[in-house]
Structure formats: structure tokens, C-alpha cells
Design a protein around this ligand. Structure first.
Ligand SMILES: [Zn+2]
Length: 250
């Protein structure tokens, strides 16, 4: 069991367990949208601090992106390293982009917003305007009902902008642009980062050895596929390395 990790908007603490083969299989075989895969994965791997199941659909949408980063931290470590290409045609050098998940979440933590007051059951009111809004939930993200989070429907552009500013403070989005500069030519570079799809892709890569490992264990020990997939990743790898050591000695 890992230490507690914090979902920034709901303030819920998570406990994230070591993935089992079954969890890696889910990542490898899911063909639907990354949001749905992440929701299924988070529901399996992450529980409340006391071990109780969380009501994920009722949590803020932004917290699913945070959960993606926290699962990634537990699974692969806290530093994300990715690569961009310098946009200058003459340069076109690869640029390493790296950042820490903890610092990224800290940079995007919610702030207070003056000009909006929380009324009953999660609805906020804009000062001096007949506009109410709520923080979009994971259920809205999955069902595509983000438009239901502002009332009345059809607010003015200026009011919609104020709602956006309020949400930017109360529930900052975790997707956006990472800025850096090319070490070769100095040109500034922007890289789009979308935590949920990025993390699912990375976990898929990290799980790519699963079938070969199941095969090695099944062949050596004659265990069933189900019992091998029920092992957590650390134990499965420990057995695989024992088998490989034995073959290396022969
Ligand atoms: Zn460059």
C-alpha cells in the first residue's frame, strides 16, 4: 500500500495499491475513450484513505486528471519525461521536457475566487448576475453534460467568461500547454499536455510485457492465467526474474 495522495478539488485523500496483472490487462485491452479507461482504473486501484470505495462519478472532473497523475506516480514514479520537437524548420532538434507530478499538481492547486459565492449543494452564484454554476463532475465528463453546469442556459459571453475565470480558480484544469525553450536554438516551444490520455498511453507501454510474462510463468509453473493475472506486478516480476535466472544458469 502506498501513502495517501490528495485529489486537489474534492480534497479527498487516496490510497493507491500496486497494480495487478488484471489491472494492466484492462489498460491493454480497453478500446474506449481514455476518460472511461481512467475511471475504471482509478476505481480499481484507488480507494479512500480508510480503504473505502469512492463515489467517483460524484467527484470533480478535474480530480480524474489528478487521479491519473497520482496513479502514474504510484505506478511509474513522480517524474514525467517526454519529448517535443523544436518547431523551427532549420533546427528541428528533439527537446526533452521533464517535470515532477507533485510540483505540477501544486502549481495547479485551487484558489479562492472573489466574486462567486457557494450556495446550496455545490452551486455557486456570480456576484451581481443572475447566473449559477457548479464545478463539473466526472459524471458530466463521461456523459458529455458539461453544458448543464451553468444556469440559465444561454448566458451572455461576458458572464460565461466570468464563470470560466471562477472555475479556473476553484477547479483549475490540469490539461494545457507546457512551455519551454529549445536548448539548441533558444526558440520557445509549447507542448500540449492532456494528463488522462498521456497517462493511459504510458501505462499501456509499461504493461506491454504482460503477455510474455504470463506465458513464462504458465510454462514454468503451470499456473492458470487467472491466478497469474491476480498477482500484483512486483510479485509477478519477482517470479519471472527467478525463472530467467534459472535459465541463465543452465
Ligand atoms: Zn531549436
Amino acid at each position: 500500500m502506498r501513502g495517501a495522495a490528495l485529489l486537489p478539488v474534492s480534497g479527498r485523500h487516496l490510497r493507491i495499491r500496486e497494480p495487478r496483472g488484471e489491472d494492466e490487462l484492462l489498460v491493454l485491452e480497453s478500446a474506449g475513450p481514455a476518460t472511461e479507461t481512467m475511471l475504471a482504473l482509478a476505481s480499481r486501484l484507488a480507494a479512500g484513505e480508510d480503504g473505502s470505495a469512492l463515489d467517483w462519478p460524484a467527484l470533480p472532473a478535474v480530480d480524474l486528471a489528478a487521479a491519473a497523475l497520482l496513479v502514474r506516480e504510484a505506478w511509474l514514479g513522480g517524474t514525467i519525461r517526454t519529448e517535443a520537437l523544436c518547431p523551427s524548420m532549420e533546427c528541428a532538434q528533439p527537446i526533452d521536457v521533464s517535470f515532477g507530478i507533485a510540483a505540477y499538481l501544486d502549481h495547479h492547486r485551487p484558489r479562492r475566487f472573489r466574486g462567486a459565492v457557494e450556495k446550496d449543494s455545490g452551486w455557486f452564484e456570480l456576484d451581481g448576475a443572475d447566473v449559477r454554476f457548479r464545478i463539473p463532475l466526472i459524471a458530466d465528463l463521461v456523459a458529455g453534460t458539461l453544458g448543464d453546469c451553468v444556469r440559465p442556459a444561454g448566458v451572455s459571453t461576458a458572464e460565461a467568461r466570468r464563470v470560466d475565470r471562477a472555475l479556473e480558480a476553484l477547479a483549475p484544469r490540469l490539461d494545457g500547454k507546457l512551455a519551454g525553450s529549445c536548448p539548441a536554438c533558444g526558440r520557445s516551444v509549447e507542448l500540449r499536455f492532456e494528463p488522462i490520455s498521456y497517462v493511459i498511453e504510458e501505462l499501456r507501454d509499461a504493461s506491454s510485457g504482460l503477455f510474455a510474462q504470463v506465458h513464462e510463468l504458465a510454462r514454468a509453473y503451470h499456473w492458470s492465467e487467472a491466478s497469474i493475472l491476480a498477482l500484483d506486478r512486483a510479485r509477478r516480476r519477482a517470479y519471472v526474474s527467478l525463472i530467467r535466472e534459472e535459465y541463465a544458469l543452465v
